[in-house]
Design a protein around this ligand. Structure first.
Ligand code: ADP
Length: 217
């Protein structure tokens, strides 16, 4: 069982790699962005609270996030198979809280320069279940996800203004959360530039080498 946190700026390919890593390590993929968008779509109490924040590309308050993550980590699948956290923690407060409520084997920073991610985000399309495509893929052109047949569209928060706000939050807040993980000896940086398959192989190799070395499992 593995308990990983995946860091990486918007458009770094974090969501795509998280799906592949979750299959590889047989650990549940927990994407707080997907969970919040689902809450918005379902109109739950949390959803109503966070809808405007998401659309603006701002961060949901730590307190709300901690409730969401606390509930999710209490599920049986996490106890049995660990987790692959995608999108949490995003602030140093969240990072400290997470390390209090759960054991984390490693945080992985998927590194992609900012100038490369802007283009990726503007061409990103997603289905309602979170499968990710590029504007030129058949799925995006047809507007239907080949995996689950839901609608493929641009995310509401992939507008230039919201993207800029998210990248700013990343620089100001999430970078500090990562630095905290580093100070706890829990951070590994991996080059995220390249084809998804190549990046995936690089990630698995680096993660396995580090965890074997640490002898954590
Ligand atoms: P991205 O990485 O492209 O910003 P996500 O799908 O991870 O996209 O998150 C979408 C939005 O959900 C964020 O802009 C933010 O408003 C909210 N969100 C997700 N995770 C967190 C978190 N840990 N703390 C605060 N807000 C969050």
């Amino acid at each position: 069982m593995i308990r990983l946190v995946l860091f990486g700026r918007q458009g770094a390919g974090k969501g795509t790699q998280a799906v592949m890593l979750s299959e590889h390590y047989k650990a549940p993929h927990i994407s707080t962005g997907d969970m919040l968008r689902e809450a918005v779509a379902e109109g739950t109490a949390v959803g109503q609270k966070v809808m405007a924040i998401l659309d603006a590309g701002e961060l949901v308050p730590d307190e709300t996030m901690l409730e969401v993550i606390h509930d999710r980590l209490a599920h049986d699948d996490v106890e049995q198979h660990g987790f692959l956290l995608d999108g949490f923690p995003r602030t140093v407060g969240q990072a400290k809280s997470l390390l209090k409520i759960a054991t984390v084997d490693l945080g992985v920073n998927l590194e992609v320069p900012e100038r490369l991610v802007l283009e990726r985000i503007s061409s990103r399309r997603v289905c309602q279940q979170g499968h990710i495509y590029s504007v030129n893929d058949d799925a995006a052109r047809e507007g239907v996800c080949p995996i689950d047949s839901t609608l493929v569209e641009q995310r509401d928060d992939d507008t230039p203004e919201a993207v800029t706000a998210r990248l700013d939050a990343y620089k100001m807040k999430t970078a500090v959360a990562m630095a905290y993980f580093d100070s706890q000896g829990l951070l590994l940086s991996v080059d995220g530039v390249g084809e998804p398959e190549a990046v995936f192989r690089r990630l698995v190799e680096a993660i396995d080498a580090r965890l074997d070395h640490d002898d954590r499992w």
